[in-house]
Structure formats: structure tokens, C-alpha cells
Write a protein that binds this ligand. Structure first.
Ligand SMILES: *Cc1c(COP(=O)(O)O)cnc(C)c1O
Length: 380
């Protein structure tokens, strides 16, 4: 049989824009604020010591992997997943000590929950407020959702909250959403809890305390949920060792989460993630031990960085350390590390307050040692 060849029907007029060069058509159609963006860049890391993305550096023992693969054998890939992930929810409640009167909403990473929150409140004049330098997705997602973003600077000397400035901005901007990363990324410090309380009490809208780094600090607002009507807590399994699964969770009063749930795409948590997360959470003691090891390594890494001439690390309650490199040499140091097969994050140029700043994720002891020895050579 001859292949089908498309033929226009007589009398059907071709739209004039189809005569444009394609890039003109793109310019006309894609929102200008989207065209102005650069896609989220993930650098090539094949064969490198990867200390750029706050991943847990430890794997699982082989026996545990075999048990996990047995669990996956039972997953019915021909069926849609459970829409609300009841087994994962139950495992999370048990493992994370979620207050029983609070509801849980699952996201494909906590990034998706940030997006759901924005979609649920977006509208003319609706604003997102956060502190800077901070987690870039708050600004990006606000923009995707067509919301205005307001970034309030942290204090430049230690990245603490400039409370009068924040309270003034909240009063002036009346944000629908306030995101507070607790501890903060990329600075690693944890904001003063009383400052957070002041912001919750001053805000006219929702305050989302983003506890992505909860495994690496002793402080949390989870147990305080319900004390204020506008507080939600956001968590993720990514930084505690399951970044590949993409599972985040939002905790708060049922009445709030029922509304946010309405913008969730059906079946957002795939069946493999649901089964794997429930399994991993049954072995939370391993994840906890790994978090403890990361905290111990963080202590060693901070001490070693402090002892290097011209290097100024900032204290961290997360699984990474922000440090300032000798002035004007940051890009060369970053490239030098890359040349030696070590990938960290270059923040120089990403924010005025992060000039000469690099961020290193805490790795395994031997990875940190290779990094430190390379860095020592590059700064001397
Ligand atoms: C990494 C990170 C997230 C995103 O985590 P995912 O669950 O992997 O999407 C959210 N908030 C902060 C502050 C982070 O650093």
C-alpha cells in the first residue's frame, strides 16, 4: 500500500503565522517571561565525585537491596498507582512522627508541592515572599504560576533574618504565600525559631516552613502545626537518601490540604516510588544512621575548611557547607576542582550576596578528603 501523503483540502486557508520563521512564531507564542528563563541546568557528572546536589552519599547494603527488589516484584505496573498513596502515608506518619490530627499530601518531590501551592492561590496581585539568598524554585515556580515574587535580603554577615525588613515587606506586599527554608539553602544556616514565629504571626496568608534538611538539624515546626491557622510544613525524602524516588510531603490541617489536593494531577506518585518509599521507611534506622554519619562528617569538613587560608565556611545545619573562596578566584577554583573530577556548586554570580561563594555537599569521608586535598592545592 502506498504511504499516506497529507494534502490540504481546497478552500482551507493556511494561517499566516505559519509562514513566519519558526523562531518568530515561538517569540509570538511563548510568554516573554518564560523565554527569558534558562532551563534548570544539571551539569554532566559521569565518573565524578559528586558533591553538588545535597545527595546522600551512602548506598544500601546488598541484602537490603535484594529485599527491596522482592517488594518491587509484587508491584502491578499495568495498574494505575493508589491515588493518595495510603501505604506511604501510613509509613511516613509512623517514621516521621507526624501529629495524628494533621493531614499529609504527597508530591512528586517537594518541588511539585510548591507548584501545587502556587497554582492553588495564584491570581491577579497574588504574591510569593521568601528570603534571599534562598531556594531558587520559590521564585521560579511563582513565575511559572504567574505570581509576583518578592525576595527579602537576609543579613549579609551571617544570613540571619532581618526581621524588621521582613515584617515591613510582609505588611507592604501582603503575600499569599511565604516560603521559609528551615534550614536555608544555599546558606546552610537555620533561622531563629522566634523570628519564624514572628513571620507566621505577621503573615496574612500561608507560611510554608520548608524542612528539606530536617534530618540534619534538631529543630522542626512539625510538632507546632495547629498552633497557627496559616502554618504548613513541607518535607522531602530527597536529602535523606532517596532523591531518585522524587517524594515530598506537605503536612498541615486537613481543611487546607483538601483544597491544595484539588490541583494535584491524578496519580502523581508512581507505583514504584510508593512501594520503594514505604519499604525504605520501614528501614528508617539505616537512613537515620546515615544522617548521623553525615552530621559527623559535616563537623570534620567544617573544621578542615576553617583551617584553610582564605577560605571562610559558614556554619551549617544541613548536609552541605557554603564557603567563601579567596576573592576573584572562585571560578578558577571551581573549574580546577572539576578538572580533578570533583563537582561542587558554584554560586558566584548567582546572587550579589554570594560573591565568591561555593557550596559543597557533605560526602563520604574519603570523598571529602579528596575534595579537601584538591581545594588546598587550588587556594594555596
Ligand atoms: C532540595 C530542596 C527542595 C526540593 O526537594 P525535592 O523534594 O527533591 O523536590 C525543597 N526545598 C529546599 C529548601 C531544598 O533545598
Amino acid at each position: 500500500m502506498a504511504p499516506w501523503v497529507p494534502v490540504s483540502r481546497p478552500g482551507v486557508r493556511r494561517n499566516l503565522s505559519l509562514a513566519m520563521p519558526m523562531h518568530d512564531l515561538i517569540d509570538r507564542l511563548i510568554r516573554s517571561d518564560i523565554r527569558a528563563l534558562a532551563a534548570y541546568h544539571v551539569p554532566d557528572h559521569a565518573g565524578m565525585i559528586k558533591l553538588d546536589a545535597m545527595e546522600n552519599p551512602y548506598g544500601w547494603p546488598e541484602t537490603l537491596k535484594s529485599e527491596w527488589l522482592e517488594v518491587l516484584r509484587a508491584v502491578a505496573l499495568n495498574r494505575y498507582p493508589e491515588p493518595q498513596g495510603p501505604a506511604v502515608q501510613a509509613a511516613l506518619r509512623e517514621a516521621m512522627e507526624i501529629p495524628s490530627e494533621m493531614a499529609v499530601l504527597l508530591g512528586n518531590g517537594s518541588d511539585e508541592l510548591i507548584q501545587m501551592l502556587a497554582l492553588a492561590v495564584a491570581g491577579p496581585g497574588r504574591k510569593v515572599l521568601s528570603l534571599e539568598p534562598g531556594f531558587v524554585m520559590y521564585r521560579m515556580i511563582a513565575r511559572f504560576a504567574g505570581m509576583e515574587y518578592v525576595g527579602v535580603p537576609l543579613r549579609p554577615e551571617d544570613f540571619s533574618v532581618d526581621l524588621p525588613a521582613v515584617l515591613e515587606a510582609i505588611e507592604r506586599e501582603q503575600p499569599a504565600l511565604v516560603f521559609l527554608a528551615y534550614p536555608n539553602n544555599p546558606t546552610g544556616n537555620r533561622f531563629d525559631a522566634d523570628d519564624v514565629v514572628c513571620m507566621i504571626e505577621a503573615a496574612p496568608g500561608l507560611v510554608i516552613v520548608d524542612e528539606a534538611y530536617a534530618p540534619f538539624t534538631d529543630c522542626s515546626f512539625l510538632a507546632l502545626l495547629g498552633d497557627w491557622p496559616n502554618l504548613l510544613v513541607l518535607r522531602t525524602l530527597s536529602k535523606m537518601g532517596l532523591a531518585g524516588l522524587r517524594l515530598g510531603y506537605l503536612v498541615g490541617p486537613q481543611v487546607w490540604l483538601d483544597e491544595i489536593d484539588k490541583v494535584r494531577l491524578p496519580y502523581n506518585i508512581n507505583a514504584l516510588t510508593q512501594a520503594s518509599a514505604a519499604f525504605a521507611l520501614r528501614h528508617k534506622s539505616l537512613l537515620d544512621a546515615q544522617a548521623q554519619a553525615i552530621r559527623a562528617e559535616r563537623h570534620n569538613l567544617l573544621a578542615a575548611l576553617s583551617s584553610l587560608d582564605g577560605v571562610h565556611p559558614y556554619p551549617s545545619e544541613a548536609n552541605f557547607i557554603l564557603f567563601r573562596a579567596p576573592k576573584g578566584r572562585t571560578d578558577a577554583i571551581f573549574s580546577g576542582l572539576q578538572g580533578e573530577g570533583i563537582l561542587i556548586k558554584n554560586l558566584n554570580g548567582s546572587h550579589p550576596m554570594l560573591e565568591d561563594c561555593l557550596r559543597v555537599t557533605v560526602g563520604r569521608a574519603e570523598e571529602n578528603a579528596v575534595f579537601l586535598s584538591a581545594l588546598t592545592g587550588l587556594v594555596s
